[in-house]
Write a protein that binds this ligand. Structure first.
Ligand code: NDP
Ligand code: MG
Length: 396
């Protein structure tokens, strides 16, 4: 029986994970569930899955969690705050941690799971972008087994047969990208798009932050950095290919020209079932793939001029040090401002580029310097956004 801590249980990945867990009560038990602020949703999940522990990250909701669990007659122990989250990620309440918190906020608990030598099912790509070297070192030192939950990286993991870093037999990794809701749009068309349009992904149902990242192609940029750290691949051997049907989840090209790909429905339950049961296979609830009905799979190169975020991510990876931490933090701030209607879609890459250009480069070897780079990028990105708002206000 796998004992699973699901961090970010109330999110989109959380829901897919719980769907698979519920199908296999003989194999999987959710022993820890966490949320940020949505305490009623968390209590409802506790009533259904009966974990030993529930954590609400925002501490002001502690009493609501405690009283709600009591009122429901549940024995689940309530906890609150980021310290409790990190502590439970590393505790022996679980042997497997699903890191499904969105953003750099997930880093501490992801790192705690790595340091405790867990099987780490990693969806929280921002923690890899922020602290990839540190995280991979912690996994190696403490024997943590990382299984990627990002569908592209899970595809590559499967093509490599789960044997760890890509080796000299691998020529390159090909990450597929759906292209998002704005595929083939021009810059002029993108100037006025709304948050709702950006979040309406054609193939995947996901949280709002990653949906916007998908629309800007920053999601693919973050995934290039993620692939670099997970598979030890240099950036020049990681290629991005747009594949609007989202059926081929990624590919591995070997030096002899042989390309292996993983196919599947665009449904994260396949990825989660694969990672939860690995190396075994279990039913996921996903309908079989009917390629005859889909008919055609198409591929095209990304439009790197219109979707400037992709190259910003390659540039940050090439720059090294804390540049990826800066990129990630500036992106989180810019996406939140776009979702709040404070800036336009095309402002997102501009805010990130300006933040990167002004950032001091710090060594990426310690958590403190990385968090300092993250904090400083958030301040800078916010001031770039405020300046844009003032200019927009003055010209209105
Ligand atoms: P959602 O926004 O749907 O869910 C985020 C989860 O994290 C919620 O449980 C939320 O709690 C919790 N959370 C948010 N902020 C904090 C915080 N500061 N501290 C603690 N918990 C927090 O996101 P997704 O499920 O879409 O994405 C999760 C991660 O997985 C992201 O890193 C994303 O890039 C990655 N991913 C997602 C995919 C998908 O299909 N959705 C595919 C591949 C990767 P609350 O509900 O209380 O706000
Ligand atoms: Mg992905």
């Amino acid at each position: 029986m796998r004992k699973i801590a699901l961090l970010g249980a109330t999110g989109s990945i959380g829901a897919s994970a719980l769907d698979v867990i519920a199908r296999h009560p003989d194999r999987f038990a959710a022993t820890v569930l966490s949320a940020d602020s949505r305490v009623d949703e968390l209590i409802a999940l506790c009533a259904r899955f009966r974990p030993q522990h529930a954590v609400i990250a925002q501490a002001e909701h502690y009493l609501a969690l405690r009283d709600g669990l009591l009122a429901a007659g549940l024995a689940t122990q309530p906890h609150a705050g980021a310290d409790a989250l990190a502590e439970l990620a590393g505790s022996d309440a679980s042997d497997t941690v699903i890191a499904a918190i969105v953003g750099a906020a997930g880093m501490r608990s992801t790192l705690a799971a790595a340091r405790a030598g867990k099987r780490l099912l990693l969806a929280n790509k921002e923690s890899v972008v922020l602290a990839g070297a540190l995280l991979m070192r912690a996994c190696a030192e403490h024997g943590a087994e990382v299984i990627p939950i990002d569908s592209e990286h899970n595809a590559i993991f499967q093509c490599l047969h789960g044997i760890g870093p890509a080796n000299e037999r691998v020529g390159k990794l090909i990450l597929t990208a759906s292209g998002g809701p704005f595929l083939n749009r021009s810059r002029a068309e993108l100037a006025q798009v709304t948050a709702e349009q950006a979040c309406a992904h054609p193939n995947w149902k996901m949280g709002r932050k990653i949906s916007v990242d998908s629309a800007t192609l920053m999601n693919k940029g973050l995934e290039v950095i993620e692939a670099h750290w997970l598979f030890g691949m240099p950036a020049e051997r990681i290629e991005v290919l747009v594949h609007p049907q989202s059926i081929v989840h990624s590919m591995v090209e070997h030096v002899d020209g042989s390309v292996l790909a993983q196919f599947g429905q665009p449904d994260m339950r396949t990825t989660l079932a694969c990672a939860l049961a690995w190396p075994e296979r279990v039913e996921s609830g996903v309908a079989p793939l009917d390629l005859g009905r889909i008919g055609a799979l198409t591929f095209q190169h990304p439009d790197r001029t219109t979707f400037a975020c992709l190259d910003l991510a390659y540039a940050a990876l090439a720059a090294g040090d804390s540049a990826s931490a800066t990129l990630n933090a500036a992106n989180e701030v810019a996406v939140a401002a776009f979702l709040d209607g404070r800036i336009g879609f095309l402002d997102i890459p501009q805010v990130i580029e300006a933040t990167l250009a002004g950032a001091e480069r710090l060594p990426a070897d310690g958590i403190d310097t990385l968090l300092a780079a993250d904090a400083s990028a958030r301040r800078d990105a916010n001031s770039h956004i405020s300046r844009r708002e003032r200019i927009a206000g003055a010209s209105a």
